[in-house]
Design a protein around this ligand. Structure first.
Ligand code: NAD
Length: 252
């Protein structure tokens, strides 16, 4: 799909990978809405790209419905959904410090996995009713997993499960939506220089970068955004999870 003139909804669009993707899609001529819980940042980015900021907690059915309705009213029905909203929490092992707290596990699964699913189901329900574009396409969805889905580290059970769930649902949803002309792909990023990493000191960030075989550095959000745009534009990409990680394989 050529994003020019098309409405795109980017969750987590106020920061990091979502922000970079919102900017890249806007540069390609898309009308971009940013759905986020962090309104100050989202409004700042929206102001800079001539987009629309919407307060939306992706875990809420009501917020998701209201966000789709607001985008449709103000920018037209969205045909592109990029799911970037997500949280990473402090490492917590399953056993050493006693039983892993259930509320922490639930929170991570709820935001990262259920939140993505919530937005997909609402987006798909309206996109399947739209007039098809060239190539019989009605919509495209880009999700964000993580390399933690494949080689999660100590203390990352909840985060890895949430991201593994996104990888797992990518193909079945692509098959569900194939007849409607809606594609679904997932990007599994390695380690990217975003506010999510801000808790780590600079030297720890640099040493993480050195663990990447090539290029030996952290990923730039613009590199994620470029792949998200490529998925939007390349109609043959569907049902796929693509690692974007410089070949890093995380040590335990
Ligand atoms: P970030 O913290 O910079 O951005 C995340 C955004 O999501 C924020 O704007 C935040 O307000 C928003 N958000 C959080 N909970 C939300 C909710 N319930 N509803 C709506 N918005 C919500 O982080 P980022 O690094 O840009 O991460 C984006 C995605 O990429 C996340 O899913 C993250 O797990 C994934 N990821 C990041 C990295 C990395 O190295 N940065 C690596 C792999 C995967």
């Amino acid at each position: 799909m050529n994003p020019s003139g098309i409405t795109a909804l980017v969750t987590g669009g106020g920061s990091g990978l979502g922000e970079a993707t919102a900017r890249a899609l806007a540069e390609k001529g898309a009308k971009v809405a940013l759905a986020d819980v962090g309104m100050e940042q989202a409004e700042k980015v929206a102001g800079e790209i001539g987009g629309l900021a919407i307060r939306c907690d992706v875990t809420s059915a009501e917020d998701g419905e209201a966000a789709i309705a607001a985008v449709t009213e103000k920018l037209g029905p969205p045909r592109i959904l990029v799911n970037c909203a997500g949280i990473a929490v402090a490492m917590k092992t399953v056993g050493k410090e006693g039983p892993h707290p259930l509320d922490l596990y639930r929170k991570v699964i709820e935001v990262n996995l259920l939140g993505s699913f919530n937005m997909i189901r609402l987006f798909a329900a309206q996109a399947q009713e739209l007039k098809p574009l060239a190539g019989d396409e009605r919509g495209v969805i880009v999700n964000t997993a993580s390399v933690a889905a494949f080689d999660g580290q100590i203390g990352q059970a909840a985060y890895s499960a949430s991201k593994g769930g996104i990888v797992g649902m990518t193909l079945p949803i692509a098959r569900d939506l194939a007849r409607a002309g809606i594609r679904v792909c997932t990007i599994a990023p390695g380690i990217f220089k975003t506010p999510m990493l801000a808790g780590l000191p600079e030297d720890a960030q640099a040493s993480l970068g050195q663990q990447v075989p090539f290029p030996p550095r952290l990923g730039e959000p613009s590199e994620y955004a470029a792949l998200a745009c490529h998925i939007v534009e390349n109609q043959m990409l569907n049902g796929e999870t693509i690692r974007l990680d410089g070949a890093i394989r995380m040590a335990p």
